[in-house]
Design a protein around this ligand. Structure first.
Ligand code: PMP
Length: 453
């Protein structure tokens, strides 16, 4: 019989059917409200991925606080999705909620700085090591703007990504390897350009391929996460990131490190813990504690080159902006997050419980003799339905087990825990409790026992 993740498809289908039924029966109010979609929205949802969750209908949230989400049927879930990182420091952290309340009485957007911004620039420079910062609203935009600077100052029109990457909906990063050949990422809507014309792509952990791709001398920037967190979870092999830094320098190519997910590593991200020394740095999602905001930073050299470039170029629209970016609500929320939420103490708690989670899941996998593995980068943990470790995005694609994943996620929800959709990612926040972690481990073990042959 065909299998996914070593589990017969019939067994997965049986679990999926049982769990869908349990989910539905527990939520009469939710089903009445959203079981047939939400009126007024295309496809019944305000944002397409609300429908992409594997539950029979979306979990209609009443409220979230700490690391707990409560739906309108009064069901409480230990939340390990945490808004897919936007709320990785817990829902509405008290200092951020206070900052929002304070700013709410003083105006929400002006296109002018506020006093919080005087502190913010210094906080960013001190924390992440790069001296020159700009504020945007999404990590997607921060990446787009940083890439624009890279192309501007190098005068090169290409970028390079690693197969399996995700940096937001940045068009030029939407490239994949298909049997070694670059193609547009399958599934893109309305994309008529051949994105591979200006984007080179190689596998993660392959320095020889990177060296070859950079040897043409036409790549402005390599954009990468330090760990591939959007293709299962692929860790850099020893020496890989050092190699990337050396090869990019040799080729006159800039290095953009996207820390949006790997900020789970510590208060200064993976960059600070491992001395990555990037030219450009991006962080979005949780940097304002859940208020939409992102930051991008430039090294001294990049900033000087960009200033020189601007001095010679035609004055005019730079292609960077968005009206609501760098607003006083973002400044207030970011300042509160950096000063009071993203602390060493918070990370110590996250690290300790994430370790407990990874160890517990690993034990359950061994006990049930399933061909799966667990990976962790700081507070971010992932279980993967294949033996590991995986080396690159190509291997990660093969490890993807969509039916098994969907059944597992609904089964977890029915046991009181929520994990991120579309892969098996779990985040531990500063307000996540050991009880919640143990609940997740027990739920996972119970489901694994049902799946094991
Ligand atoms: N960078 C990385 C590494 C991401 O994982 C994501 C989103 N998952 C983004 C950027 C984009 O973030 P946003 O959707 O908030 O723009």
């Amino acid at each position: 019989e065909a299998t996914e993740g070593g589990v017969p498809l019939s067994r997965i289908a049986e679990l999926a059917a049982t769990e869908a039924d349990i989910f539905r029966r527990a939520r009469p109010k939710s089903e009445a409200a959203v079981g047939n979609g939400m009126a007024g929205f295309f496809n019944g949802v305000p944002m397409h991925w609300m429908k992409d969750w594997p539950t029979p209908f979306p979990i209609l949230v009443d409220k979230a606080s700490g690391a707990t989400i409560t739906d309108i049927d009064g069901i409480r879930l230990a939340d390990f999705c945490l808004g897919d990182t936007g709320s990785m420091f817990g829902h509405s952290p008290a200092p951020v909620a206070r900052a929002i309340r304070r700013q709410a009485a003083r105006g929400l957007t002006y296109m002018l700085p506020s006093e919080d911004s005087l502190t913010l620039g210094l906080l960013l420079a001190r924390r992440f090591g790069l001296p020159h910062w700009q504020i945007a609203t999404t990590a997607t935009d921060a990446n787009r703007f940083a890439l624009r600077v890279a192309r501007a100052i190098t005068g090169r029109d290409k970028i390079l990504v690693f197969n399996g990457c995700y940096h937001g909906s940045v068009d030029e990063t939407m490239v994949r390897l298909d049997g070694g050949k670059p193609i547009n990422r399958p599934g893109l809507s309305g994309e008529f350009r051949d994105l591979t014309q200006r984007t080179r792509i190689v596998e993660f952990n392959d320095l020889a391929a990177l060296e070859k791709a950079l040897s043409h001398g036409d790549v402005a920037c390599v954009i990468s996460e330090p760990v591939l967190t959007n293709s299962c979870m692929v860790l850099p092999e020893p020496g890989f990131l050092e190699g990337v830094r050396t090869l990019t320098r040799q080729a006159g190519t800039l290095l953009l490190i996207d820390e949006t997910h790997t900020i789970s590593t510590g208060p200064g991200g993976y960059t600070s813990k491992h001395n990555l020394d990037p030219d450009l740095f991006v962080l979005g999602k949780p940097v304002a504690g859940g208020v939409p905001a992102s930051v991008w930073g430039m090294s001294e050299e990049v900033a000087a080159r960009y200033a020189a470039y601007n001095a010679t170029k035609e004055p005019g629209y730079s292609g960077m902006g968005t009206t609501l970016s760098a607003n006083p609500l973002q400044f207030a929320a970011m300042r509160a997050t950096l000063e009071e939420v993203m602390t060493e103490a918070a990370y110590a708690h996250m690290e300790k419980l994430a370790e407990r989670l990874a160890t517990g899941l690993d034990k359950a996998i061994r006990k049930r003799k399933l061909p799966w593995h667990v990976m962790r980068v700081g507070a971010r943990v992932e279980f993967i339905f294949a033996p590991g470790p995986l080396r690159n995005g190509g291997e990660a694609e093969h490890a993807h087990a969509s039916r098994l994943e969907a059944a597992m996620h609904v089964a977890l929800v029915n046991r009181g825990v929520l994990i991120a959709p579309f892969h098996n990612m779990m985040l531990v926040s500063p307000v996540t409790t050991a009880r919640q972690v143990d609940k997740l481990i027990a739920a996972f073990d119970d489901i694994a026992a049902r799946l094991a042959v």
